[in-house]
Design a protein around this ligand. Structure first.
Ligand code: FAD
Ligand code: DLZ
Ligand code: SF4
Length: 513
């Protein structure tokens, strides 16, 4: 008889993961399983599949090198049962453990399965808190309790106090908590970022690439540019590259978008953070050290730390506070299917084309591209939140429901009716024109709202405001657009609504074939 079976999931690849705490190398076995169910519950981008499976294989090799027994089930193992539950059943028969220890997962559906294991498998199951996050879930619940509004900014300030990150003895470094107002510089021609140094696929990754190309040939995305870190060492090198070459300008240009420059000054650390190859604290500390050494300005460093210590922890807390009902909310009653352009179909909208193309090639888009191009379009056009969520889950290499859902459902689509954002992030073409060079090269005219070549975002924006006029009437943050709409001559309003209706019924909105 052996000791305990310790389950490590594909996004729990940290040496200090809770399930490995107190591991007895003489008796315990770690179980890791590549299973079809996890590879198909959404049609993942090919790069995401390669990333997760390759990182799992590397992590298993690292554990074995430390003398830990790893029972590793490969996707092409002929006896592979296809699900985590069935792989556990098979592993129990092989090892006859006294119990199973696992770590709290990143998705509600996996937690539901875990909760059934004790009864189904007839063994004690211990589900340990995922200690890799800076805010434990009970702590978040305490923060949320009794609050009418759950605003990220207030949560973030408490996290700064508690972690001591970017704090002086008398308060926040620089005297201000948040430098967001200095992080919205528009696109300027000539803006160019140094290309990131990214790791080349090694032999293990190349093996997985061949597996994915053969088993998931029809999935969205290409593998040619695969360059994601698959080990902690590669992730740390990628973080160091960001801190040295891009962090200093991250703040100023955080919201800018440029054709042909998909990454600009962003960090490219979400895939590594979400897999567990990097720790959130290490990312924040590296940025703070750059500030203290005079190598990066405060607006950049505070902006970066806010994304990780603030937004990332906040959306996770909200996800677990609000699930499972959260995923079913559809406050704006949006029902339109996804247009085929989101899967690579033809579109005249350059902003959508640019973002979808880079998503296909890199499995990456930065925050403003996700929020203000595809997200904004989905909001204005009234795309079905369930379909939009599935798309974001499928196409980005960093997508796990705990982080994807609050961002898409809440922040981008306002489907939660305002839990995350006090007003919808709705914008016309003018915003995209200010923040990017997309409009300069677009077949549509960003300055026009009606007519055959008018930018669709413009009429869609006014149509959206008009559609939800009554819902937004009580929201002071929507007062400006509502006032403009109400002052609008009725013929103009009718023309904008007819323009929007024409676009929504036209070829650009052809649903996925
Ligand atoms: P940077 O811009 O360099 O930021 C640094 C880090 O901050 C990121 O790596 C990330 O860990 C964290 N961060 C920044 N913004 C957020 C945020 N809003 N929520 C949580 N963490 C944040 N992020 C994911 O990790 N997975 C997702 O599935 C995901 N889906 C999103 C869907 C939508 C509609 C939107 C608007 C945002 C989504 N985000 C998601 C948040 C954000 O877009 C990505 O974290 C970021 O683009 C990753 O690139 P980066 O590492 O270069 O980030
Ligand atoms: C995303 C993913 C994929 C593609 N494959 C696997 C897998 O084969 N085995 C595994 O343990 N985990 C995988 N994962 C990650 C899980 O989907 C993830 O752990 C859950 O969604 C919870 O976040
Ligand atoms: Fe997008 Fe409109 Fe600009 Fe074209 S003109 S890139 S459709 S915002």
């Amino acid at each position: 008889m052996m000791g305990v079976l310790r389950l490590v999931l594909g996004d729990q690849l940290s040496p200090n993961i809770a399930a490995l705490d107190g591991l007895d190398p003489a008796h315990d076995v770690v179980l890791m399983a590549e299973v079809m169910r996890e590879c198909t519950y959404v049609p993942h981008h090919k790069q995401k599949l390669v990333l997760v499976l390759s990182a799992m294989r590397h992590f298993a090799a690292e554990l074995r090198a430390r003398g830990i027994a790893v029972d590793y089930i490969r996707l092409d193992d002929p006896d592979n049962s296809g699900t985590l539950t069935d792989e556990l059943t098979r592993a129990i028969a092989r090892h006859r453990p006294e119990g199973i220890i696992c770590t709290f997962p990143g998705e509600w559906r996996v937690l539901e399965a875990m909760r059934g294991w004790e009864e189904g498998l007839g063994l004690p199951i211990e589900i340990r808190e995922d200690s890799r996050f800076l805010c434990p879930l009970p702590r978040f619940r305490r923060w949320a309790q009794g609050r009418r509004q759950l605003r990220m900014e207030f949560f973030y300030r408490e996290m700064r106090h508690e972690t001591g990150l970017l704090m002086d003895p008398d308060g926040p470094v620089g005297g201000q908590w948040n430098y967001d107002a200095e992080n919205r510089r528009p696109f300027t021609s000539g803006l160019a970022a140094p290309p990131p140094r990214r790791p080349a696929p090694d032999a293990i990754t190349q093996d997985v690439m061949a597996l994915v190309e053969s088993r998931f040939a029809a999935n969205f995305g290409t593998l040619d540019a695969f360059a994601w870190p698959v080990t902690a060492a590669e992730a740390e090198a990628a973080l160091a590259d960001f801190i040295t070459h891009r962090l200093a300008r991250f703040g100023d240009h955080q919201d800018a978008m440029a054709a042909g420059q998909p990454i600009l000054f962003h960090a490219l650390v979400s895939t590594s953070l979400n897999l567990g190859l990097l720790s959130p604290r290490a990312c924040c500390e590296a940025a703070e050290a750059a500030y203290r050494a005079g190598r990066a300005p405060l607006n950049a460093v505070e902006g970066f730390i806010r994304q990780i210590l603030g937004w990332r922890e906040y959306v996770r807390g909200l996800y677990w506070l609000k699930m499972p009902d959260y995923a079913r909310l559809n406050a704006l009653e949006a029902t339109r299917p996804l247009p085929w352009s989101w899967w690579g179909g033809e579109t005249r909208m350059n902003c959508i084309r640019q973002v979808v193309r880079q998503t296909r090639d890199l499995a990456y888009a930065h925050h403003i591209q996700r929020l203000m191009v595809t997200g904004n379009f989905a909001l204005l056009a009234g795309l079905d939140p369930a379909e939009v969520n599935e798309w974001y889950m499928a196409v980005y290499a960093d997508a796990y429901e705990w982080v994807e859902l609050p961002n898409t459902h809440g922040m981008a689509l306002h489907a939660d009716g305002g839990v995350i954002a006090s007003k919808p992030y709705a914008a016309s073409g003018a915003y995209i024109n200010r923040m990017s060079d997309y409009c300069r090269l677009c077949a549509y005219d960003v300055k026009a709202a009606t007519g055959p070549d008018a930018c669709p975002m413009n009429a869609l924006y006014w149509d959206f405001i008009a559609r939800h006029e009554h819902r937004f009437a009580g929201n002071p943050r929507m007062a400006m657009p509502l006032q403009t709409l109400r002052k609008m001559p009725s013929e103009k309003r009718a023309a904008l609504q007819a323009q929007a209706a024409g676009f929504l019924a036209g070829p650009e909105m052809r649903p996925e074939a």
